[in-house]
Design a protein around this ligand. Structure first.
Ligand code: HEM
Length: 162
């Protein structure tokens, strides 16, 4: 079992990093939506109410009632700022350890909250739907976007499992 865990860690750690060009495509798309914090979190909650239900401050409330609140804006800004930080660190070999470190911490913190892989996958699909309908999008942008999320999720899923 330990051997399998070590193998999983190596697999997670050795995913091909984003190329410079992929990182540029990703940054170009993210720049077009990164100031839409509240809209992004609302799109995630609207597509997946089970994610909203995990937040003590928002659980059991109508999305329309919480969307305009200070708490909502603060949490939306935390999530979007985290993504902005990871994206700004991407495309540079020297910053890979920093990405691994902050993403792994996010995974462990969410493991402690009992967040599942399925919920992370729901988050991914809602965020990708949002990005592909609010930023200029084509096959190259989609490939860079998916490569980036595959890499980040490999780290998060390893953290959720250990
Ligand atoms: C997939 C479903 C997710 C659920 C159900 C979830 C749930 C939570 C909860 C309950 C909190 C604590 C909120 C509070 O203190 O009031 C939190 C904090 C946070 N979440 Fe998530 N989260 C999810 C995904 C994500 C993702 C994908 C990101 C980043 C891209 C993220 C970034 C953060 C950050 C930055 C914080 C604040 C720092 C911390 O306490 O870890 N979350 N999340």
């Amino acid at each position: 079992m330990k051997f399998l865990i070590v193998l999983a860690c190596i697999a997670a750690a050795s995913a091909a990093p984003l190329s410079h060009d992929e990182a540029e495509l990703l940054k170009g798309a993210w720049d077009q939506i990164k100031h839409n914090e509240v809209d992004i979190l609302a799109a995630v909650f609207s597509a997946h109410p089970d994610i909203q239900a995990r937040f003590p401050k928002f659980a059991g409330k109508e999305l329309s009632a919480v969307k305009g609140s200070a708490d909502f804006a603060i949490h939306a800004s935390r999530i979007v700022s985290f993504i902005s930080e990871v994206i700004s660190l991407s495309g540079n070999e020297a910053t890979l350890p920093a990405i691994k470190s902050i993403v792994s911490k996010l995974g462990h913190d969410h493991k402690n909250r009992g967040i599942s892989k399925d919920q992370f996958n729901e988050f991914r699909s809602a965020l990708t739907d949002y990005a592909s309908s609010h930023a200029s999008w084509n096959d190259n942008v989609a490939a860079a976007w998916n490569h980036a999320i595959d890499n980040v999720y490999a780290i998060i899923f390893a953290a959720l499992e250990h």
